[in-house]
Design a protein around this ligand. Structure first.
Ligand code: FAD
Length: 274
């Protein structure tokens, strides 16, 4: 299976239990279900599978991003064609919204309509909202406040040893990320950037990997590894949508290549048949 740890429930689902993945920038604090920061280097957007393993090994099905309004506007993007009408509709005017301050329309809709987006003016209020959403008392208000204050000190001191703060500053060296992907470092408790926001993240399933076992010409093999006459499989049906050709930790964006390549190979083999 191919999963992501940064799933939110679609407030306007296209199908039942429809999850949307947040494609996050690096500034949000990522907390487990008990309010502890995920270990280095599991910062938002760094290592999805590592974060997934960390969260699920704890026996949890959720984790949290803690951020503020400014970070939401600069750093949240959503997966799914209906969440990116500028790209799918080739609408340049809409696309320009991504460079302007504030969240783009679909992100703003989640911010307003999703009960998994919890807004608050103080860490204590935020903790209360997080606990109310899960019906559990796992987020300690004082611990959350301390964590945010410590992170903020690292940002303002200019001598950060907090590796997430260092990595965020580093990400801004790339001009495109600086413009549209990574918020200027600031204190989460600075009211100019508020209110505070916690987003509950659930484990989201994108798709299955694996598929029919084939040889290198795309001929389907039976369990005894003998060719099943007359049947070829390519692409995801043959497990080449990532998991097969690129390994278990296949990089995002590398699926299509394996699908096309196996299509080409099987096509050539078929064309060579008498
Ligand atoms: C939201 C999303 C984002 C993605 N982003 C990327 C990306 O950025 N980069 C990347 O490399 N990959 C990406 N992928 C993965 C990539 O798109 C797929 O791995 C690839 O398109 C799979 O190609 P395929 O030909 O194997 O299968 P598909 O494209 O799924 O084609 C299978 C076709 O078979 C048809 N079909 C099914 N059943 C039948 C039937 N019984 N009879 C006739 N036809 C049938 C289906 O309608 C479909 O058209 C993404 C996938 C998703 C879902």
């Amino acid at each position: 299976m191919w999963h992501y740890p940064e799933g939110i429930t679609n407030h306007s689902p296209v199908w039942s239990r429809h999850g949307i993945r947040i494609l996050p920038g690096p500034s949000s604090l990522w907390l487990d279900a008990d309010g502890n920061r995920l270990p280095v280097p599991l910062f938002p957007g760094f290592d999805s599978l590592g974060a997934l393993q960390h969260i699920t090994r704890r026996g949890d099905d959720h984790s949290w991003f803690v951020l503020d309004k400014t970070i939401l506007g600069s750093e949240f993007a959503l997966s799914g064609s209906e969440q990116n009408p500028d790209l799918t509709g080739k609408d340049v005017r809409l696309l320009m919204q991504r460079v302007r301050p504030g969240a783009v329309g679909p992100v703003e809709a989640f911010a307003q309509e999703s009960d998994e987006f919890i807004w608050a003016d103080t860490p204590a209020e935020l903790a209360a909202g997080m606990n109310a959403l899960t019906g559990e008392d796992r987020i300690d208000a004082a611990a959350l406040e301390q964590l945010v204050v410590e992170r903020d000190r690292q940002v303002t001191s200019g001598l950060a040893k907090d590796l997430q703060v260092v990595a965020t500053a580093q990400a801004r060296q790339y001009v495109v990320d600086k413009l549209i992907r990574v918020a200027k470092p600031h204190r989460l408790l600075d009211p100019k950037h508020g209110p505070l926001l916690a987003v509950r993240l659930s484990v989201l399933t994108r798709k299955t990997l694996g598929g029919l076992h084939t040889d290198l010409e795309g001929r389907v093999l039976r369990p005894d590894r003998q060719v099943l006459p007359g049947l070829w499989a390519v692409g995801e049906a043959a497990g080449f949508g990532g998991g097969g050709v690129h390994g278990h930790r296949a990089l995002e964006g590398t699926f299509l290549g394996g699908c096309l390549f196996t299509g080409l190979t099987a096509g050539r083999a078929l064309a060579a048949l008498d």
